[in-house]
Design a protein around this ligand. Structure first.
Ligand code: AMP
Length: 389
């Protein structure tokens, strides 16, 4: 299979922060990058060589991108898999339309995991209000009702404490096909970023320990504080899934670790992932370079950790009173600031992240939290440091 070498063009469907960091790495390595995204001046377009301002279901725009690219990839699961399937007749598309089709519908994803024998929380499909009750009988309480599509960052999810909450939850989710899943009393959430190349070779990044707040990733700590056995099990599951799917590129598998050390799959993202941002600074090869290497048919890079680190997300809430005082990050030598160039800050919107390096990840976590607290501080307070104008 012919490799796409530096100088070639990478077509990316989706132009958010994941596309931006992919484009940054691609530009560093001498590639050209084209993006399709409906938002003018979206994060990836600010780095890419060309941008088609078009919706994800615009076949003409996707075809135009493919006609100018040596390989097409995507950074978001909202791309219609039929569009990918059409592009596959034109240019190599990695990951494939069939991988996206399996992952982008939560029920199809869960049924695939079940067939392939991967451990996950008990779940069942719900198509109408009558089935909600039956489903609760199968899954038990507490449970989580999850929309089948577009459900990242906890969107489309409702916690169901007991039978009295069922009908309300069904209304809240919009009375449409969903999955009811047992709520898991996990000890820890972890994720594994795995890359699989065109010949089936795989490289795994260190297991990451994640903390979510209101269903949105808050911090990632690496290495995760898990036993060697849990680490091996998590890696084994992630590699097994990538293999079973015939995935090409980077993939993230989010998992729950229970008290007894067992590991359950929560969900799969067939792309680079927020919980892998630490790799862009803390590893020899970032998840973005690794994804490029995989989709371009190049040898995979070394995923080793250069330094233990903590990543903390910067959400739009920090911008409510204007741009945060960046000197609190920039004055700290072991902190690395990433901003995504988003024009509009909204509560809960991912605007950037900070990496803090320290051999002691408890210390790195304390520093990361204190940076966020300082960025959040009331700007009118005299103790608040402002960046020089
Ligand atoms: P998801 O969008 O499915 O990854 O869910 C976002 C977050 O909600 C997860 O990272 C967990 O913190 C929480 N969550 C989702 N599903 C469950 C579950 N079955 N049991 C416990 N917590 C869950």
């Amino acid at each position: 299979m012919k490799a796409v070498l530096p100088g070639g063009t990478i077509g990316v469907l989706g132009g958010g922060q994941l596309g931006r960091m992919l484009a940054l790495e691609a530009k560093r390595m001498g590639y050209r990058v084209g993006v399709v995204d409906p938002t003018p001046d979206c994060p990836a377009a600010q780095v890419a060589d060309f941008h088609f301002e078009a919706s994800f279901d615009d076949l003409e725009a996707a075809r135009e991108l493919a006609s100018r690219a040596d390989v097409v990839t995507f950074e978001i699961e909202l791309i219609p898999s039929d569009i990918l399937a059409q592009l596959e007749t034109q240019v190599p598309v990695r990951p494939s339309a069939s991988v996206l089709r399996t992952i982008q519908d939560r029920l199809v994803q869960k049924e695939f995991l079940k067939r392939a024998g991967f451990p996950q929380p008990p779940f069942t499909s719900v198509r109408d209000s009558r089935e909600v009750r039956e489903a609760a009988g199968l899954v038990g309480f507490p449970a989580v009702l999850k929309g089948r599509r577009g459900g990242y960052d906890g969107r489309n999810q409702v916690f169901v404490a007991g039978p009295d909450d069922l009908q309300d939850a069904w209304q809240t989710i919009g009375s449409r096909p969903t999955v009811l899943e047992a709520f898991v009393p996990f000890k820890m959430e972890v994720s594994v970023i795995v890359a699989r190349g065109v010949e089936g070779e795989m490289r795994v990044f260190p297991v990451a320990e994640n903390v979510h707040r209101e269903h949105i990733l808050h911090t990632t700590r690496v290495p995760a504080r898990v036993s060697e056995q849990v680490q091996r099990e998590a890696e084994h599951i992630a590699c097994g899934i990538a293999e079973a799917l015939g995935h090409v590129g980077v993939m993230a598998v989010e998992m729950f670790v229970l008290d007894d050390g067992s590991v359950l799959v929560n969900e799969i993202a067939p792309r680079t992932h927020n919980s892998g941002h630490y790799t862009f600074g803390a590893c020899v090869t970032s998840q973005f370079e690794q994804h490029l290497r995989a989709v371009c048919g190049l040898p995979l890079g070394d995923p080793s950790l250069l330094s233990p680190a903590v990543m903390v997300n910067l959400l739009g809430d920090l911008w409510l009173e204007g741009a945060p005082p960046w000197d609190v990050v920039l004055s700290q030598g072991n902190a690395r600031l990433h901003l995504y160039g988003k024009a509009e800050a909204r509560a809960g919107r991912k605007m950037g992240h900070v990496l803090v390096f320290d051999a002691d990840t408890d210390q790195a976590l304390r520093e990361a939290e204190s940076i966020v607290a300082a960025l959040r501080r009331d700007r009118s307070s005299p103790s608040c440091r402002r960046p020089p104008r």
